[in-house]
Structure formats: C-alpha cells, structure tokens
Design a protein around this ligand. Structure first.
Ligand SMILES: [Zn+2]
Length: 187
C-alpha cells in the first residue's frame, strides 16, 4: 500500500471515530502569536511541546531554515495576515541548531538537480532572466545572525504596525531547549 493510501485509510477512520473532536478550536490563535520556524522533521512535535503549544494556540509558518528571505514573499504575507486578520499580537522566529540550511551551499543542490534531469540550459536561462539561483539556494552561515536578520526584516517591514514584539530564538532539535536571541519586548 502506498503512503497516500495508508493516510487516506487512516483518515476515514479518524473522521468516523470523531477523533477530531479533541482538536476543535478556532482560526484565531489562543496565545495570540505567529511563529516562523523550520520545516525540520525533528520539530514536528517537539517544538509545540517545548513551547507549550496545543492545537489552536499559534499560527505556525514553516520553511527551510526559518528564514525570511523576501520582504514581499509569502512568508511575510502570512505574518502580516496573522497580525491584521487573525489577532496575532506577537511574532516569534524560531530557528534551530543543526539545521539543513546551515552552511548550505548552492553547488551540491545544483549538481543534484542536474543528476535528476534538470539541464544546464534551464539553469542558464533562469540566470539570464535575472534569477540568481545561487543566491536563492544559499543557506546561512550562522544561525544567530540568520535569526537576527529575519527578525530585523519583520520588525522594520513598512507594512508592520508599530508595537508588535518580534522575538528571535534558537531551539535545540534534540532537547527542545530554547535560547533567546532577540527579546522583542526590549526593541
Ligand atoms: Zn532547519
């Protein structure tokens, strides 16, 4: 059985047995916060447990590295929607140690693309069109600096209202220990 079929089979029982009832909540975050964090598999359950978040407590946005790379991309838009439409009053950026984006260089990724059938020509065409693939595929060298940078972009965004605390943290993907990098109440 494929993983998709397994999921669909489970899903049917989940709904039939009313297992969703214990998760019932609203679209508004109980703890009035929006969190940008990494898509890392180790954080799937660990992060909410380590931050004492249950279903309905927070808006959670995930990408590779908890990086806000574009001030007018979908991550920033999600944060603004959370603040303006969904009653989030604080923003947290939670990156983590041992992240796949730490020290990521574009060359091996581009090599893998070529091995999977993406032609040199495609990459060249994108480059000539003004898309800096190498820059785009670049991770970060220092997780603390990356968090500070993302916090700065959010905090100083021209569409962000004043008075919304933006915090920056780094979590240990094994123990769940949080280190505070930026205390948004102080800025
Ligand atoms: Zn990560």
């Amino acid at each position: 059985m494929t993983i998709l079929n397994e999921m669909l089979e489970h899903n049917q029982k989940f709904v039939e047995n009313h297992e969703y009832e214990k998760y019932e909540t609203t679209k508004y975050p109980n703890k009035k916060m929006v969190i940008l964090t990494c898509m890392d598999t180790r954080l799937l359950e660990l992060l909410p447990k380590a931050l004492n978040l249950g279903n309905g407590d927070a808006k959670i946005i995930k990408d590779a590295g908890a990086i806000l790379s574009h001030p007018f991309g979908s991550v920033m838009r999600s944060i603004l929607i959370a603040v303006y439409q969904l009653k989030a009053q604080e923003v947290l950026v939670v990156a983590h140690h041992d992240c796949g984006m730490s020290g990521l260089t574009p060359e091996p990724v581009i090599e893998s693309m070529k091995e999977r059938g993406i032609s040199e020509e495609t990459i060249d065409t994108l480059t000539y069109s003004g898309i800096d693939i190498k820059q785009w595929l670049h991770g970060f060298d220092n997780v603390t600096e990356s968090v500070e940078n993302s916090v700065g972009i959010i905090k100083n965004h021209p569409l962000m209202p004043k008075g919304v605390p933006v915090h920056g943290l780094v979590i240990d993907p094994k123990t769940g220990k949080l280190d505070l990098i930026v205390n948004g109440y102080q800025n």
